[in-house]
Write a protein that binds this ligand. Structure first.
Ligand code: AMP
Ligand code: ZN
Length: 478
């Protein structure tokens, strides 16, 4: 597996610390609003990375935080807490909006076929861990108290800007000059807050007791603590969008390595932004596009995933509705071609292995998903039987998660339905019958003929007759 590492600025051979096992951490959402499709581009790319690792035979454990406290309206330490801002906007409590938008976020995961992390931990569940890490940083001399807050002292590190990203003390100075709220407690411009007991917003809703007074954590501490809590003292891969490189990931490295006394994470994986004609999509811009808005406009969320996979994760991707229209046409054509494949015999193992290897080489080459999709089209043109093509496409979809075979089955089922075009056959029925046919197929494969017959009877009871033909299973309403 080859992976670009933001830390070394080059594509490297990926070698996990423990052979065969990968520990991966993803920065989760700040749950004060819906995720926009830009955020979700990052999670789609991370999902493909994880599925690629699994496809290549690695055993993966993935942890994600949920930011429900401490992320201020600027990524620096000024401004209002985003969660509080969201709660005020909606006249709800912080925990109510956190709960609502966390559910909405994972609802979007389901719509986009993004797999769930093994562990999801909200920041507010880990306050004792944060306090412990901050105490240790103070003991070790990496942190100081000033103006009733606790700060990390970046001057104590040899190389604070370890991830680079073109940020320097000078860039920071410019940022600070623009910022009327410069925090005069900081010894160095790049120092960051670990614990607030005093900010200019004294209506913070969620506060906890700490050795430094009643307060709340800074934003960055949560990812270090949650990763170490669930994955131990080292990480193989840390993911996020490119805007996380500085200051968030730079600060995560600073505090984690100061705390641990050794290197924390070897590979840093960053997804470039989704942009539109006006620039980067962001939640604070007011109008932003969500998965549900795409659906309302008649777009299939899986087509958005298909669009994301057509480009490389390290390049900015420009969104427009015109491009979504084109993607819809391409995706429909692809599904139509797959739907024409028949079950026409045994899978040719040699051909299967040849194309599986080509696909694996594409996706394990720094997650080159567009090349992976090209291999899907190559398979459709290949000189082999349809069963082999279907088996290959099903296999690739373990990584792509575009529901290729399922959609093709649904299309065939729709086309083979005796009452095709009859408004009486709605999408839901098609989906239900397709699922039942799949279940029956699996039962027959497992030689559970009793179950297969029961499924046929269940469908009959609902007025659906099925028929096994040379071209596969057909059905119609009776
Ligand atoms: P947030 O909810 O703001 O903490 O962001 C969640 C994730 O989305 C982070 O990893 C960000 O880096 C990422 N992100 C934010 N904006 C974009 C964008 N326009 N395109 C891609 N990823 C983004
Ligand atoms: Zn993070």
């Amino acid at each position: 597996m080859k992976l670009y590492n933001t830390k070394s600025k080059r594509v490297e051979e990926f070698v996990p610390e423990v052979p065969g096992k990968v520990k991966i951490y993803t920065c989760g959402p700040t749950v004060y609003h819906y995720a926009h499709i830009g955020n979700l581009r990052s999670y789609i790319c991370e999902d493909v990375l994880i599925k690629t690792l699994k496809y290549a035979g690695f055993d993966v454990k993935r942890v994600m935080n949920i930011t429900d406290v401490g992320h201020l309206s600027s990524d620096a330490d000024t401004g209002e807490d985003k969660m509080l801002k969201g709660a005020k906007r909606e006249h709800k409590t912080v925990l109510e909006i956190a709960d609502f938008y966390t559910k909405a976020f994972f609802g979007d995961f389901a719509k986009l076929n993004i797999g769930m992390p093994d562990v999801v931990e909200p920041a507010t569940h880990c306050i004792p861990e944060f306090i412990h890490m901050i105490e240790t940083l103070l003991e070790k001399g990496y942190a100081y108290q000033a103006g009733e807050n606790v700060y990390f002292d970046t001057s104590k590190l040899d190389n604070y800007y370890v991830l680079g990203g073109g940020v320097s003390e000078e860039d920071l100075m410019v940022g600070v000059r623009d910022d009327v709220d410069e925090d005069t407690n900081k010894r160095n411009k790049s120092d960051f807050v670990l614990w607030f007991t005093k900010s200019k917003f004294d209506d913070q809703e969620l506060k906890w007791d700490s050795p430094w007074g009643y307060g709340y954590p800074g934003w960055h501490i949560e990812c270090s603590c949650i990763a170490i809590k669930h994955l131990g003292e080292t990480l193989d891969i840390h993911c996020g969008g490119v805007d996380n490189i500085f200051p968030h990931h730079t600060n995560e490295i600073a505090q984690s390595e100061a705390y641990l006394g050794h290197q924390w994470c070897k590979y840093w994986f960053h997804v470039h932004h989704l942009v539109d004609r006006n620039g980067k999509m962001s939640k604070s811009k007011g109008e932003f596009i969500t998965v549900d808005l795409l659906k309302e406009k008649g777009y299939d969320p899986i087509v958005y995933r298909f669009f994301c996979l057509q480009s490389h994760y390290r390049k900015p991707l420009e969104f427009s509705y015109e491009v979504m229209d084109n993607m819809t046409v391409s995706f429909d054509k692809l599904i139509k071609r797959i739907a024409q494949l028949k079950d026409d015999g045994a899978v040719d193992n040699a051909v299967f292995e040849e194309y599986r290897k080509r696909f694996t080489e594409a996706v394990t080459n720094d997650v080159n998903t567009s090349m992976g999709i090209t291999v899907v089209y190559d398979v459709l043109k290949a000189d082999t039987n349809d069963s082999t093509k279907k088996a290959l496409i099903g296999s690739f979809d373990e990584v792509l998660s575009l529901d290729l075979l399922k959609r093709a089955e649904e299309l065939s089922a729709k086309n083979s339905d005796g009452s095709n075009g009859d408004p009486g056959v709605d999408e839901e029925t098609v989906r239900f019958v397709t699922e039942k046919i799949e279940e029956r197929k699996a039962a027959k494969k497992a030689k559970d003929f009793e179950k297969a017959d029961a499924i046929r009877a269940e469908l009959l009871e609902k007025g659906i007759a099925i028929e096994d033909t040379r071209e596969g299973v057909k059905w119609h309403k009776i």
